[in-house]
Design a protein around this ligand. Structure first.
Ligand SMILES: *[C@@H]1O[C@H](CO)[C@@H](O)[C@H](O)[C@H]1NC(C)=O
Length: 425
């Protein structure tokens, strides 16, 4: 009796194990075959197959959901600037003169930029943990990428746009919103409009007078349909994997503004320097100019691993992601801020005093061309910082005025109405 029973049990167990195996096989098959059957466009399928196959091999099933809006063409190892290398050209005196003119005009070596592919690859030197991290793509919020520009050079602007399309998973990118802040260069008119009309998910909005960076960005934000607003400058290159950490962090806590690590792209050679050490955090001096600092010991101890986001008092400026709802709750940017300068500190002070936090994510990397000098003046910097000091610094504003006597003479226009939920100094 006993023997028969245990034999029966053994059989049952075997059958159960077989069923489980079959189920597992079915699940795997279904997941692997899903993307193949879902695509209908055969031409696209053809050209993407190779790159996609690569992506699948590299990143397993996650790779399918990580598929960018547009697949980057394969790298040409010999092309100038490929993999983020420096470009040095042998120029004739005439070409040299042309090169110098572009530097004079843009404060960036556009002659070199024009020689580099708009689709170049950047070598991924991020920490191992960043490169192997998996994301739950179906549960990340979507984003609208907002890029304002004024008289930007063609190749740097277009490289920014292509790099977003080629390094942002299609499932996460709602759209790119370009805001032309009343540029007057001819190539930014119909030529740009036509080029953009051939790109998927890119919208071009034009202001009908010069608004300045801050208001141009806010105008762009009003068109955004994504859950998260991601602001970029108009001469950037995103490193694949840049958006996921930002969106994951905002999914975890929607009152966080998250910045990528800003890598330097050399204005002269376009060499991409990826910052591989611990990122720096933002601070400020009493004149309210932005400063970089190393991460304090207490913050280092608070974090459980080196890929956790780092809290930062301030942000450098142009590059950050924020939940659309939280940005609106915060009262967005101060609309009274003219052109640029100071708005980054104002927003930083605001987020910390209104229940949010500001962080830098070590796994998110975006390259930025820092021009040789500021391409256009910041006549409103003093006025903007006075506004920031008056609203957010409480009695500490005395330090600002003491360090910055000319600020006393600047009247500040009507400042933003204070919000009830903020703790003012
Ligand atoms: C989100 O972040 C804010 C600011 O750091 C914090 O006060 C709040 O407790 C966090 N919320 C959650 C759910 O962790």
């Amino acid at each position: 009796m006993r023997g028969r029973c245990s034999r029966k049990l053994g059989l049952l167990a075997k059958a159960g194990f077989l069923l489980w195996l079959l189920w597992l096989g079915y699940l795997l098959l279904e997941r692997v075959s899903f993307p193949m059957s879902s695509s209908t466009d055969e031409d696209e399928e053809e050209s993407n197959l190779q790159a996609r196959q690569l992506a699948i091999e590299e990143s397993g099933i996650d790779g399918l959901l990580a598929k960018p809006v547009v697949i980057k063409p394969l790298a040409d190892d010999n092309a100038p600037g490929e993999w983020g290398r420096a470009t040095h050209l042998n120029l004739s005196p005439e070409e040299k003169k042309h090169e110098e003119e572009t530097v004079e005009r843009y404060a960036i070596n556009i002659y070199v930029s024009d020689k580099i592919s708009l689709h170049r690859h950047i070598k991924d030197h991020r920490m191992n943990e960043c490169r192997t991290k998996r994301f739950n793509y179906r549960h990340l919020p979507t984003t609208s990428v907002i890029i304002a520009f004024y008289n930007e050079a063609w190749s740097t602007l277009l490289r920014t746009i292509h790099s977003v399309l080629e390094s942002t998973p299609a499932i996460l990118l709602k759209e790119i919103i370009l805001i032309d802040d009343f540029s007057d260069r001819a190539y930014l008119k119909s030529q740009l409009a036509e080029y953009i009309s051939n790109l998927e998910r890119v919208r071009l909005i034009r202001t009908n007078k010069r608004e300045g960076l801050v208001r141009a960005r806010l105008i762009g934000a009003t068109y955004a349909t994504g859950d998260v607003l991601t602001f970029l400058d108009c001469h950037c290159e995103c490193v694949p994997g840049w958006i996921e950490p930002l969106l994951e962090r905002i999914a975890e806590n929607a009152s966080t503004i998250v910045c990528p690590v800003i890598d330097t792209i050399d204005w002269n050679t376009f060499e991409f320097y990826m910052q591989t050490d611990e990122p720096m955090i933002g601070g400020f001096d009493w004149r309210l100019t932005f400063q970089w600092h190393s991460v304090p010991e207490a913050e280092r101890e608070r974090r459980k691993s080196r890929i956790e986001p780092i809290r930062s008092p301030t942000m450098a400026g142009g590059l950050f992601a924020v939940s659309k709802a939280f940005f609106e709750y915060l009262g967005t940017y101060d609309m009274g801020m003219e052109v640029w300068g100071g708005e980054n500190l104002e927003l930083s002070f605001r987020v910390w005093q209104c229940g949010g936090s500001l962080e830098i994510h070590p796994c998110s990397h975006v390259g930025h061309v820092f021009p040789k000098k500021a391409p256009y003046a910041r006549p409103n910097f003093l006025q903007n910082t006075v506004r920031a000091a008056e609203v957010w610094m409480g009695s500490y504003k005395q330090h600002f005025y003491n360090r910055n006597p000319p600020a006393r003479k600047v009247g500040h226009s009507k400042t933003k109405k204070k919000k009830r939920n903020c703790k003012y100094l």
